[in-house]
Design a protein around this ligand. Structure first.
Ligand SMILES: *Cc1c(COP(=O)(O)O)cnc(C)c1O
Length: 337
C-alpha cells in the first residue's frame, strides 16, 4: 500500500460522490444552462452570504480572476511572501494582470493590518498604485496555520479606510472553519472575493469557486472566458462539489486529528529538529543532519510519498484517503527509518 501524503489533492472520488456525478442533470454552462453548476454556485454563495459565485477548473484560475478584477496595469497586490498567488501560480499576477506585488514577511505565513497599512504605497508617480490585499487561509507555507476572524476585521477596516479590495485565497478555508467554529457567512462579510477549492480536502476530482458581488462575478465570467475556462456540460463535476459541501466538510476534523498524530510521530525522529504547530491537515517537519532528499528517499523505500518544502523542510498533508489504517501503517514504517 502506497501512502501518498504529497497533497490533499491526490484523493479519489468516493463511490457516493461518483454516484452523484453520474446522475447529475447537465446543460451547456457557457449558455448558463447547466442546472447542476447553477445549483452549486447558488449553494456556495448562500453559504457564505455572498451575492454570487462562479465555478472554475482550478483555484489558480479563481485567484487569478480575482486579481484581474481588483487590479489594473501599474497597480500592486500586497500579500505574504510565501503566498500561493505569488509562488505557485506561474507568475500569473504579472502575465494575466500586468500588476506588481509587495511581499510581506509574517509569522507562520500571516500578516497584520498594521504591517499591510505600512506597506501601502503613497500617491506618488514613482510607485505602483496599491489596490488589493490578498490573504490565504489556511496558510499552506505556514504549515496550515489559521487566521481567526478577529485578525481579519482590523484588516477589512483598514482596507476600507484606504479604498483597497480584500481577496481571500481560501483553498483550504473549510479546514480553518471546522477548527475555529466560525461561520462561512461571517467570513463572506469580510471579503470582496473568496476563492475556495473543492479539489483539496473536500475530495472532488476538479473544481474551485470564486465568490463575490453580483457585479464582480458578472465581470469574472468574461475574464474566465478570456482565460479559456468556459466549460460546457460541467455539471458532472459540479455535482461532486455539491456532494462534498454536504458530506465532506465536517469530516475535515478527522484529517486534522490524524495530522496531529503524524506530527508527533515525526517529532520523535532523531533528525527532525522541529515540527511546525499542526493547526489543520498540513504537517511540516524541519530536518537537521539529514537532507530532505535523503529523508524522502528513505520514505520512498517505505512507500510513503511527501514533498520537499524548503532547503530543510518536508511537507505531509492528510486527506480523505488517509484513514486510521494508513496512520497505523505510517507509524510502523517510519519506525524502520
Ligand atoms: C492548491 C491551492 C490553490 C489552487 O491550486 P490549483 O491546483 O490551481 O487548484 C490556491 N491556493 C492555495 C493555498 C492552494 O493550496
Amino acid at each position: 500500500m502506497i501512502i501518498d501524503l504529497r497533497s490533499d489533492t491526490v484523493t479519489k472520488p468516493t463511490a457516493e460522490m461518483k454516484e452523484a456525478m453520474f446522475s447529475a442533470p447537465v446543460g451547456d454552462d457557457v449558455f448558463g444552462e447547466d442546472p447542476t453548476v447553477n445549483a452549486l454556485e447558488e449553494k456556495a454563495a448562500k453559504l457564505f452570504g455572498m451575492e454570487a459565485a462562479i465555478f472554475c477548473p482550478s483555484g489558480t484560475m479563481t485567484n487569478q480572476i480575482a486579481i484581474r478584477l481588483h487590479t489594473r496595469i501599474q497597480t500592486e497586490v500586497i500579500c505574504h511572501k510565501y503566498s500561493h498567488i505569488y509562488l505557485y501560480e506561474g507568475g500569473g499576477i504579472m502575465s494575466n494582470s500586468l500588476a506588481s506585488v509587495n511581499l510581506l514577511e509574517g509569522n507562520l505565513g500571516k500578516i497584520t493590518a498594521a504591517q499591510i497599512e505600512a506597506a501601502i504605497n503613497p500617491d506618488d508617480i514613482h510607485a505602483p498604485e496599491t489596490t488589493l490585499v490578498s490573504l490565504e487561509n489556511t496558510m499552506n507555507k505556514g504549515g496550515g496555520s489559521i487566521y481567526r476572524l478577529d485578525e481579519i476585521k482590523p484588516i477589512r477596516k483598514m482596507c476600507d479606510e484606504h479604498g483597497l479590495k480584500l481577496h481571500l485565497d481560501g483553498a483550504r478555508l473549510f479546514n480553518a472553519l471546522v477548527e475555529s467554529g466560525e461561520s462561512p457567512a461571517d467570513w463572506g462579510a469580510q471579503f470582496d472575493t473568496i476563492s475556495i477549492c473543492l479539489s483539496k480536502g473536500l475530495g472532488c476530482p476538479v473544481g474551485s469557486l470564486l465568490l463575490g458581488s453580483r457585479a464582480d462575478i458578472k465581470r469574472a465570467r468574461r475574464v474566465r472566458k478570456g482565460f479559456g475556462g468556459g466549460m460546457r456540460q460541467v455539471g458532472f463535476l459540479a455535482a461532486a462539489g455539491i456532494y462534498a459541501l454536504d458530506n465532506h466538510v465536517k469530516r475535515l476534523k478527522e484529517d486534522h486529528e490524524r495530522a496531529r498524530a503524524l506530527g508527533k510521530m515525526l517529532g520523535n525522529l532523531s533528525f527532525v529538529s522541529e515540527v511546525f504547530p499542526v493547526a489543520t491537515n498540513i504537517v511540516i517537519a524541519r530536518l537537521e543532519g539529514m537532507s530532505p532528499e535523503e529523508f524522502m528517499k528513505k520514505l520512498d523505500e517505505q512507500q510513503i510519498k511527501s514533498v520537499k518544502f524548503g532547503p530543510d523542510l518536508v511537507r505531509f498533508v492528510t486527506h480523505l484517503n488517509f484513514g486510521d489504517e494508513e496512520l497505523g501503517e505510517f507509524g510502523k514504517r517510519i519506525s524502520m527509518i
